[in-house]
Design a protein around this ligand. Sequence first.
Ligand code: SF4
Ligand code: SF4
Length: 458
Amino acid sequence: MTFKRYHIPIAPAPSRRPWTRVNVHRDLSRCLNCGTCIDSCLYGVHDRRDADTRFMEEPEDHLCRVCFRCVAECPVNALSLEPNVEFTEAGNGLFKPEVLRTIANEAEGGRIPVTGACYRGPFGGQGFDGMWTDMSEIVRPTRDGIHGREYISTSVDVGARPTFLDFRRGGPWTPPRELPVPFVLDVANPGAPPAGILASVVKAAKALDTYAIVPARSWPAVGADLQGHVIVRLSEGETTGFEKTAGVEATYRHGGADLVGLRRSLPHSIVSLRVPVTAYDRDAVDMALEAGVDLIHYTADWKDVDSIDGVNTYIATLRDLHGYLVDRAVRDTITVLASGPIAAAEHVPKTIILGADLVGVDLALYGVMECVPPNHALHLGRFPEDFPLSDVPWGTQRVVNLMNAWRDQLLEILGAMGMREVRRLRGDMGRAIFQDEAEREAFADIKVLAPAKEVVAR
Ligand code: SF4
Ligand code: SF4
């Protein structure tokens, strides 16, 4: 058998409502139509009118990278840049305007975004910003890059990985399913999607060779050829009729969810226990282990991670979940899928370091599908209702593109860490420094000196 390198088929899927960071304003009472700004701008914001080349066309604001070169070089100061309020007020929580714009750009072309004007984000903070990853190998990159001969594997397993052979149990054993990417598309978390978005996401799951989690009430709309890529999230009381799907997911509630019965009725399907951060306790983990389910799907509703305290709780709880499985020496008997606050490519390795085997991409799908209006979509927590089926190829390609951009960034990070497979990153806390812990450690023994003015007064 010949070796075939995993490849994600990216293609252009242009944004229809491109994010515009600034409005480029040309004062027509001053403009000389000299065309200097056409040469100043590397990004094609300025041009002449097709119909009459003596005059300048309206600037294409969405292409502007805010470098101010045209503003500086205009001989009569006719140009100015103003923040676009629709952009600055978009999104919430982790899905800030720049994050939404980055998602849209990644979905558009499938490439790693390059700002070209150095990193302008924070170097520390709370939540994921308070986690610094080990890049010690970045000074010694692979000989020929992340796509070269030194293959870096992004494959992960779903299901128990036996650490020894057990002949006592008998019966058929279902080996873990190998996914080529550590991503599952969770279209059930943002709500009940319209048929077009559902079809786009499930088709993207097939193209990526992974799974899409869909709500049970949307399930009948999924075509027969896609059923093997679907995990159905059950509503309360539903247990049968999903034999042809890849799996099912029940939601954890204290004393509820007949997981053992579900496991028995679907011995070869993926059975997942969805555990929202607000309901998490170690009983949920015990319940999942006892029933022999394949997945614990640890997740958060957007409202739970809307504040930085919510994200900190999410992180602490994921660490607890992983630590508990390690302490019980059962970490390889179950897979942990973490979804919710995964808003950017950097959150993927960080979530895996915290203990997840793979991540669920859910709320980011709003950004991919250009929810309308974009500045309210996340607040409302729903997809737009009108998404015609003719848009499905476009929607599918955008999801595929986003996943390629995130996978490439994961490969870059793994390469910079000197790691050859993402499986090894799971729960490897030594690969991260937690800012608050590091500061406590560094400054714990330092005595607070008297304020400077007191010293002077003495
Ligand atoms: S450089 Fe200034 S004056 Fe010349 S075309 Fe541009 S805006 Fe008008
Ligand atoms: S500010 Fe820079 S990117 Fe924006 S229009 Fe002017 S030259 Fe182009």
